[in-house]
Design a protein. Structure first.
Length: 424
């Protein structure tokens, strides 16, 4: 009897131990995934790729695969497969994410994560440029989703996809649907994006309406900061310069607004620019680049300095210098690509301009010299038989002089051709 009891106890203990080991493996996978996801999102906002996040997601994938291999068919198998798909998505490995999502949808038709997986599967297809397939997946998923949370997630991903491709009308539609869902955690984020779209499309009154909705909501400290800056940007867009300057100066004198000083100074610089006070604008922009280095505001300041030097001061060398600083200052700046393009154009222009000026000097030098070919022909006309008595050395010297004359005659043609090509 004791022997049977001992065997039963041993079996139960073994099963318990295996269950604990299995759960710990999955628990660690989920922990690494959540940590990696959080850091990835923060890294995107800060404009940098965080290796720690990548490492955590790799560990989440590794441990999830261990769950599938060592404990197939267990209660957390669908969780593990879902984590593999999502971890690959956040790493940017969209092909692996697509394959993992497809395996999940095939293997686990009754999983609680199925509806959410279909939403993110659509986003994965969109990122792989399979746009029509993504739309069909989202449309199909929307017909079976009933919760506000999941519907909000769906609208957010569709809106984000259109926004990233600058299809603002379509993005506005889906963000607007999301903003009307009471139970969605994405509602605040959607309203901020709607403000951004309204500003980009010069619909200032619409932006004010969204800001009013945000001001009546409970916001986090960083969201309140963002709200204040956007309100001032709208004042500037509406031409309410004095009102905006008064508020900005008041906020710049308060330590509690220290987190947004750079953004406030940038708005002040833009107001000076729009008022035509270029000297004050430049001074404020340079102050931003010196005091708020490696931020979105300093990158924007460098870009505006490039614009001023290009289109107002026409100092192209300075403009190229400022444009070149934008991508390195803040990699995720919305002005990074445009600044790089303008830097390349100005660099090519400067090279062509130098060559043009050099060619122009040569043209001026040629035009100011006497016609040596005419002088030579006159000399030949006066003494046509001179060559008859020339020595061998003198004949060779005369041939070399004639070659030089031919060269001088041909060079101006090439120089003129180059001159007008560079000029026009």
């Amino acid at each position: 009897m004791k022997k049977i009891f001992y065997l039963v106890f041993l079996v139960l203990f073994t099963l318990y131990f295996m269950g604990c080991a299995y759960y710990n493996t999955f628990y660690n996978a989920k922990k690494y995934y959540n940590s990696g996801k959080k850091i990835i999102i923060q890294s995107e906002e800060e404009g940098r790729l965080n290796q720690e996040a990548i490492n955590n997601l790799d560990k989440a994938i590794s441990k999830s695969k261990k769950v599938l291999l060592q404990y197939p068919g267990s209660r957390w198998s669908d969780d593990a497969q879902y984590l593999i798909a999502m971890s690959n998505f956040y790493k940017g490995n969209y092909e692996k994410a697509r394959d993992a999502f497809e395996d999940f949808l095939y293997e686990y038709p009754d999983s609680e994560f199925r509806k959410k997986a279909r939403i993110w599967y659509g986003k994965t297809l969109w990122n792989l440029d399979q746009r029509e397939a993504a739309r069909q997946e989202w449309k199909s998923a929307s017909q079976i989703i009933q919760s506000d949370e999941l519907m909000g997630e769906l609208y957010f991903l569709i809106g984000e996809a259109f926004f990233e491709n600058e299809r603002y009308d379509s993005a506005r539609t889906y963000y607007g649907k999301l903003a009307d869902i009471k139970g969605s955690e994405r509602k605040v984020e959607a309203l901020f994006t709607l403000v951004d779209i309204a500003i980009k499309t010069d619909k200032n009154e619409e932006a004010v309406q969204y800001l009013d909705r945000l001001s009546n909501m409970v916001l986090l400290p960083d969201q309140l900061d963002k709200l204040q800056v956007l309100q001032l940007e709208i004042y500037r867009k509406q031409g309410k310069y004095e009102q905006a300057k008064k508020i900005i100066n008041k906020k710049l004198n308060s330590e509690k607004n220290k987190n947004i000083w750079g953004a406030l100074e940038l708005q002040l610089a833009l107001i000076y620019k729009e008022e035509g006070n270029i000297d004050k604008c430049i001074s404020r922009l340079i102050n931003i680049t010196e005091n708020y280095q490696n931020t979105e505001e300093s990158a924007h300041a460098y870009y505006i300095l490039g614009e001023i030097n290009t289109f107002i001061l026409q100092n192209y060398e300075e403009a190229a210098k400022y444009y070149s600083n934008v991508p390195g200052e803040f990699q995720e700046s919305e002005f990074a690509d445009e600044a790089q393009k303008k830097y390349d154009i100005l660099t090519r222009f400067q090279e062509k301009n130098k060559k043009y000026n050099s060619t122009k000097k040569l043209i001026n030098a040629i035009e100011s010299e006497p016609d040596s070919s005419v002088a030579e022909s006159d000399t030949m006309a006066i003494s046509p038989t001179k060559g008859d008595s020339l020595s061998r050395e003198e004949v060779q010297k005369q041939d070399e002089e004639e070659k030089q004359i031919q060269t001088s005659n041909s060079d101006p043609l090439a120089s003129y051709k180059d001159y007008y090509r560079l000029k026009y």
